[in-house]
Design a protein around this ligand. Structure first.
Ligand code: HGY
Ligand code: MN
Ligand code: MN
Length: 421
């Protein structure tokens, strides 16, 4: 293939958009103001239906599709020399319960669009091109997040992953894989590493839109710390129990929620802290709770500061527990250190986007991604495109078609750059 041919290749943006729309109809959630989101929690029937659709598209493109023991789907488009390790692109298609149509889906479907563009143009790359759909990237139902790609790269034992219990209904991950027909025969961790990994993803934050920049050149992913707190007190009558004699886990949960906001303010910089889940039991208007189960999500680009935040949370819990006379049990749901992407791959994304005429800016990712796991086994980088109003994990999530096209063209050209032997 001539350099001129390669440089002139562009994706079919309307074909990509049509696939995003079609996949977005599976598990569709419609909001009161015309929002069109997605609810496809990992390994639910909706996730199965989304997987089935994507696998059909992969098969229709003549790709060799394999499914591994943790449900990761990897489809390979042949190159001139299939002895060579593939260039892999991909992401996830599971969503949070109030998810959007682009988070994860874009990376997978843009990968398919890259392959179809190569086929349509009759371009044969030296290396195979693989498109991956990783299981349970969100971690909303089964923790940790990025579970499928973590097992894929050998960061979590398969048996441990299969035994994870769902936060919502207690289902065992391995049983759910069997139930939806995605307990695959391919062993994991994967036998060999990709040559390179590239992931196109929406930014999920406000920076690119705010600065009017089309392409984010992602330098890495910040550290993630997820903790589940189970606070056990004394359940009693709300009317008869004097305040001074209470052991109220609800009060401690509220104090922790306020406390993590204070910790983030004290640390400043990129520190973020979120209480996303908080469940009272028995959750009744006239009963002082017996227990409260809640989660704390702490993130920072700096590992030492993230550890400082974790220490402050632990101290806060111990102080509140002693003062209120309750017990606070901690369980780590996810813990990943910050990841820096391969400098040469980051440079490639930046140069590719610039050559295509797009403004770029380098930035860390606030969200976790499968790319942070693939970075453990091969040179990896990510491409961001803007999120309207910086919203994601929200059914109002949206990215403009021209940004979808821009990101997919950068992915296409970066894959071409990596796929020559
Ligand atoms: O939580 C995250 O950052 C990702 O969406 N799993
Ligand atoms: Mn995602
Ligand atoms: Mn997400």
């Amino acid at each position: 293939m001539s350099r001129a041919t390669a440089d002139s290749l562009r994706v079919d943006a309307s074909r990509l958009w049509a696939r995003l729309e079609a996949l977005g109809e599976i598990g569709a959630v419609h909001g009161p103001n015309g929002e069109r989101g997605c609810a496809r929690l990992a390994l639910t029937d909706a996730d199965r239906d989304g997987r089935d659709l994507v696998v059909r598209w992969m098969t229709d493109l003549g790709m060799a599709v394999s499914i591994d023991a943790v449900g990761n789907v990897v489809a390979v488009h042949a190159g001139a020399n299939d002895e060579l390790a593939p260039v892999m692109v991909g992401s996830h298609i599971d969503t949070v319960r109030t998810g959007g149509r682009f988070d994860g889906n874009l990376g997978v479907l843009a990968g398919l669009e890259v392959v179809e563009t190569l086929i349509t143009a009759g371009v044969v790359t030296d290396r195979p091109v693989a498109v991956a759909v990783f299981t349970d990237e969100e971690g909303a139902r089964f923790q940790p997040d990025m579970l499928g790609s973590l097992v894929y790269v050998g960061g979590m034992a398969l048996e441990d992953a299969l035994d994870v219990r769902a936060a919502d209904d207690g289902a065992r991950l391995g049983d759910e894989l069997v139930r939806i027909g995605y307990a695959g025969p391919t062993p994991c961790p994967a036998a060999g590493a990709p040559h390179r990994y590239l992931e196109l993803h929406i930014e999920q934050g406000p920076v690119l839109e705010d600065e009017g920049v089309a392409i984010g050149v992602v330098t890495g992913v910040q550290g993630i710390s997820w903790t589940e707190l189970t606070i056990t007190g004394q359940s009693a009558h709300a009317g008869t129990t004097p305040m001074r004699l209470r052991h109220d886990p609800g009060f401690v949960a509220a104090s922790i929620t306020a406390g993590v906001r204070r910790i983030a303010a004290e640390l400043g910089g990129t520190q973020v802290a979120t209480v996303g889940r908080c469940e009272f039991s028995p959750n009744l208007v006239n009963v002082i709770p017996a227990t409260v189960t809640m989660t704390v999500d702490l993130r920072n680009t700096d590992e030492a500061i993230l550890q400082d935040a974790e220490g402050r949370l632990a101290h806060l819990c111990a102080t509140l527990a002693a003062a209120e006379g309750v017990a606070v049990a901690q369980r780590t749901l996810a813990r990943f250190e910050p990841v820096a992407f391969d400098p040469a791959m980051v440079d490639l994304v930046e140069a590719t986007a610039t050559a295509l005429g797009h403004r770029t800016r380098r930035m860390p990712s606030g969200a976790g991604h499968d790319a942070q796991m693939l970075a453990r086994v091969c040179p990896t980088a990510m491409i961001f495109v803007p999120s309207v109003n910086g919203l994601s994990h929200n059914i109002a999530e949206h990215t403009e078609p021209e940004h979808i096209a821009a990101g997919a063209d950068v992915l296409l050209q970066a894959v071409l750059a990596c796929a020559s032997a």
